[in-house]
Design a protein around this ligand. Structure first.
Ligand code: ARG
Length: 557
């Protein structure tokens, strides 16, 4: 509607402002008596050297359309009242016919690569990795909704000098069975022990360096151990992915690029970009520190591997965009990476985007999955599901599939708690708050949808025709929100910010609940059907919003 109106206003102004400019100026008035959308004329007044009141009057006289009921010039504003039933019918008809495809765009033949989750082998899956997983997965779903093919890549941290330490630690203190049973906990234990012992026994560090060198040179035993650590850790990560309902197209981590860096370094040399600095090799950059590519001993680094990875992915997929969903502490790393690619002459470096995010806090402090004794993410998730189970037990002890629903609610709560926030904000992890069925929570949205399912059943609603003939109560407010859904998804994609969708779902749930609280729905007449059409449309959009965020929508809860 905004775009349609902006188009009319632009025409009325003989295009002295573009449709986009007008759209960005349009406001939703605070009070219903000021219309559904209003256009402030202050900006134009300066440009056209006329009073804003006069401009408002001129515009108001010129615009008309079948979806517009009335246009009023009130002071410096053009206040537009939509033809409610007409607009409502257009919107509802579309949703009921398209169902979950409302807002879906046709396949555009383009790819989007998403580098997300990317935990480190033999280390606990951190809260940061959880955030990356949840945000990345939502962005992938959103990309698909908008017609892209999404390629989900888990850039595992499976290489680096720490593997030398692990190999030595394993040879000294490792217990095969214990590691098989609890890979990450056990590997972390011997890794921590390595550091403690190395404080006392300097030579351990030399041994670790040798072990890593052996690994890099392809030593069989070292390689077998590395592979075992990797497989065992991955198996444990898989449990988390399964709980979260996330999957990947590729698990090519850092190690995958070992044999691909020679040619990248060569290219840097040929392009005259590699310089020596204190014995190491760097690429000098403008307005930021140089990017370190090779250490004194010739070993490559995190950045070198990311450079090789970017080129590999570009050549393989030719994506329209690559998103890196990684915490904001790595902002400099990605700035450098993109700058190096640009210096190499790759125009496509402009299509790479770092998607940073803030920290997870508990009681105001950074939440860690490894402080003191080992707390693993799987345990945190188990605790959330337990809390959801308790809530359901209180609210609806009769419920079938209690276990399954509790898991969907508990996990949904964690995901929603993350995604409802602007991603750069730090977020508070309070299990109690996020699993309640009221307030700004995932369970609230899920619960609203489940209640609508019950309502539809009670009202024996069956979808036969999509035309909407009647509106009452606060239905119009609900319709106006529904209408914005396609736009909300696009904004989420452009800003790489799924929170717009989470916020939308909260607003829609709240708005519907208000309508429902003030209006008797089941009146056993033809008007009941019309109300239930709106309710049905709302439930479709709540489900679709949750799906995009990576959250299940139980039918009953
Ligand atoms: N493994 C890294 C970490 O845990 C994140 C990797 C992110 N992706 C990338 N292409 N650098 O910090």
């Amino acid at each position: 509607m905004k775009t349609k109106l902006a188009f009319l206003i632009s025409k009325a102004l003989n295009e002295s402002l573009s449709v986009e400019e007008i759209e960005s100026l349009l406001e939703i008035p605070k009070y219903a008596h000021l219309g559904d959308i209003s256009f402030p004329c202050f900006t134009l007044a300066k440009k056209l050297k006329k009073s804003p009141q006069l401009i408002a009057k001129e515009i108001a006289e010129k615009i008309q359309g079948d979806f517009i009921q009335e246009v009023r010039a009130e002071q410096a504003y053009v206040n537009v009242f939509f033809h409610q039933l007409q607009v409502a019918n257009n919107v509802i008809e579309k949703v009921l016919l398209e169902k979950h495809h409302f807002g879906t765009k046709e396949k555009n033949g383009q790819k989007v690569v998403l580098d997300f989750s990317s935990p480190n082998i033999a280390k606990p899956f951190s809260m940061g990795h959880l955030r990356s997983t949840v945000i990345g997965n939502a962005l992938a779903n959103i990309s698909e909704k908008l017609g892209y093919e999404a390629i989900r890549i888990n850039h595992l941290g499976d290489w680096g000098t720490q593997f030398g330490k692990l190999i030595v630690a394993y040879q000294l203190w490792g217990n095969l069975q214990a590691i098989e049973q609890n890979p990450i906990e056990e590997l972390l234990k011997i890794y921590v022990k390595f550091h403690e012992e190395a404080e006392k026994e300097e030579s351990l560090n030399d041994k670790a360096r040798e072990a890593f060198k052996a690994l890099e040179d392809g030593n069989e035993e070292a390689h077998a151990l590395w592979k075992w650590f990797r497989d065992a850790s991955l198996k444990e990560f898989e449990d988390i992915y399964q709980m979260l309902g996330v999957s990947f197209n590729s698990y090519h981590g850092e190690a995958f690029y070992n044999d691909k860096m020679g040619s990248v370094v060569e290219e840097l040399i040929n392009k005259g970009l590699l310089e020596e600095s204190d014995g190491a090799m760097v690429v000098q950059l403008e307005e930021m520190p140089p990017c370190l590519m090779m250490k004194k001993d010739g070993a490559t680094l995190y950045a070198t591997r990311d450079l090789a990875a970017a080129m590999y992915r570009y050549n393989l997929y030719e994506p329209a965009k690559i998103f890196y969903v990684v915490g904001h502490e790595q902002s400099l790393h990605f700035k450098q990476l993109f700058a190096v690619l640009k210096k190499m002459g790759y125009q496509w470096s402009e299509n790479l985007m770092h998607v940073p995010f803030g920290m997870m806090l508990k009681d105001g402090k950074k939440m860690s999955t490894r402080k003191g004794k080992v707390v693993l993410l799987a345990d945190v998730l188990a605790e959330t599901m337990q809390a959801a189970r308790k809530n359901i037990e209180e609210k609806n002890p009769q419920l079938k599939n209690k276990e399954k629903v509790a898991n969907e609610v508990g996990i949904g709560a964690v995901i929603f708690n993350d995604l409802k926030n602007e991603r750069m904000n730090d977020i508070e992890f309070s299990i109690e708050k996020m699993v309640t069925f009221e307030g700004e929570t995932g369970p609230y949205v899920q619960y609203t949808n489940a209640r609508i399912q019950t309502l539809l059943n009670k009202g024996k609603f069956s979808f036969t025709e999509s035309h909407l003939n009647y509106l009452d109560g606060e239905a119009w407010e609900v319709i106006k929100l529904i209408e914005t859904f396609p736009h909300v998804i696009e904004t989420a994609f452009v800003q790489a910010n799924p929170s717009t969708i989470a916020k939308f779902s909260l607003q829609l749930a709240r708005s519907f609940n208000k309508y429902y609280a003030n209006t008797k729905f089941l009146t056993n007449d033809e008007l009941q059907r019309e109300r239930l059409k709106v309710a049905y449309a709302v439930s479709i959009l709540l489900q679709e919003s949750l799906r995009l965020l990576g959250i299940k929508a139980p039918k009953e809860m």
